[in-house]
Design a protein around this ligand. Structure first.
Ligand SMILES: Nc1ncnc2c1ncn2[C@@H]1O[C@H](COP(=O)(O)OP(=O)(O)OP(=O)(O)O)[C@@H](O)[C@H]1O
Ligand SMILES: [Mg+2]
Length: 383
């Protein structure tokens, strides 16, 4: 049997230590992650990676009820075991309703925990490779702007290269701007074939994709948008979804450069994105659209934790100050990118800023955006 990954969430540090030592005595338990913040449970549930999650006695079932309801579909892969100093029939009934795997009395008896583990072990008996591939699923990171000309394409390209440099993994850019996509142009690439030809071929196996994905000298690959805007009109959400799925098989990260619009195409891509960067600027139309956009994402139930707001040209003198924008949108701006003359120069030359001007403040701030890779783990530490 494969080792069972465990997560422990408990507020009291002493109890964490005791429970970690307790878990150490079970050879079937593998990597154990722990946190003293109950909201990290949300991160674990959102990731849906198979694990046994122990909720320590300081937290009650009512504290986690909303999270369990919200991520109900995660509970067929994640087994939650609630530890409680007092077990009543009412608590057991409530736990059953919430799909909790087990409620065990704290301090936990070895035989109770072993029995509980036994009932879930089948979940972890799948081949190592299947579990690994689930864990290594390709992450789709989407850039979306609140107004045309916000710097969305510039930022997606440079972020993708920064991601490649940092992770050394396979990173591709998907140009979702089927009418006026300019990712290839900004990288000095003049493609013979584009996504339109791939769709005409209607073959999405790894080999076909390899032919259509163009390698840039930074190491990232690009699936270019059609050259003729009229070709773009015929590409729908279904074809987009097929290609994105196929690209997921051969990439660790796919960065999607989306056009400014709330079309069905963009919304369906948003739903598939693991993280969303929203690029805004300091002018009134952009801030108004940013507010509307965040409200729409709420309505789509897109997790707020997976959204980062970028303020591009953040030092420019415009109608809004940063704190006014934050008050208006009722959340923090996550990343600020200053204005720099180097940006239009780098775009015109087709040399990405990340390689052409690595010491610039713009690039330093783009590199900061890689933080999203860590924050997904929240406060969780690994033992
Ligand atoms: N931080 C910056 N400093 C100076 N100029 C910038 C900055 N960011 C973007 N620009 C300029 O803004 C213009 C638009 O950038 P870009 O094409 O990346 O935006 P976009 O949001 O993708 O636009 P579109 O709506 O056309 O897709 C570019 O000409 C670029 O030079
Ligand atoms: Mg663009």
């Amino acid at each position: 049997m494969n080792k069972i990954p465990a997560v422990l969430i408990e507020k009291d540090e002493k109890k964490i230590d005791l429970l970690l030592n307790f878990l150490d005595t079970f050879p079937e338990i593998g990597k154990t992650r722990y946190s003293n913040d109950i909201y990290d449970l949300e991160i674990v549930l959102a990731k849906k990676e198979p694990a046994v999650v122990l909720i320590g006695p300081t937290y009650s079932l009512t504290t986690i009820e909303d999270m369990l309801k919200h991520y109900a579909d995660a509970l067929n892969r994640i087994r939650v075991i609630l530890l409680s100093s007092e077990i009543s029939a009412k608590l057991l009934k409530h736990a059953l309703k919430m799909n909790i795997h087990d409620v065990l009395e704290y301090p936990v008896q070895e035989k109770d925990f072993r029995e509980s583990l036994k009932r879930t072990s089948y979940l972890f008996e799948t081949k190592e490779s299947i579990l690994q591939s689930a864990a290594q699923e390709c992450k789709k990171i989407m850039f979306f702007s609140t107004k045309g000309g916000s710097g969305n394409t510039f930022l997606s390209i440079n972020f993708a290269i920064a991601l490649k440099q940092k992770t050394k993994n396979e990173v591709s850019i998907y140009d979702l701007n089927y009418q006026f996509g300019d990712v290839a142009l900004m990288l000095n690439i003049y493609p013979k074939n584009t996504i339109f030809d791939l769709i005409s071929l209607n073959k999405y196996d790894d080999e076909s994709l390899d032919v259509f994905l163009i390698r840039h000298n930074s190491g990232i690959r690009i699936l270019p948008a059609p050259i003729d805007p009229s070709q773009g009109e015929s590409i729908d959400a279904d074809a987009t979804s097929k290609i994105l799925q196929a690209m997921g098989r051969i990439n660790n990260y796919v960065v999607i450069d989306a056009p400014f619009s709330f079309s069905n195409l963009v919304i369906s891509a948003i739903k598939k994105a693991d993280h969303l960067f929203i690029t805004a600027t300091k002018d009134v139309p952009s801030v108004k659209n940013l507010k509307i956009c965040l409200q729409l994402l709420d309505r789509l139930n897109y997790s707020r934790e997976n959204i980062s707001v970028i303020l591009n040209r953040s030092d420019s003198k415009m109608e809004f100050e940063i704190d006014e924008i934050e008050k208006t949108i009722k959340r923090k701006i996550d990343f600020k990118i200053p204005s720099d003359r180097m940006v239009p120069i780098s775009i015109n030359k087709g040399i990405p800023a990340i390689t052409g001007a690595p010491r610039s403040l713009v690039v330093k701030n783009i590199i900061k955006m890689l933080e999203i890779l860590n924050t997904e783990e929240g406060n969780i530490k690994i033992r």
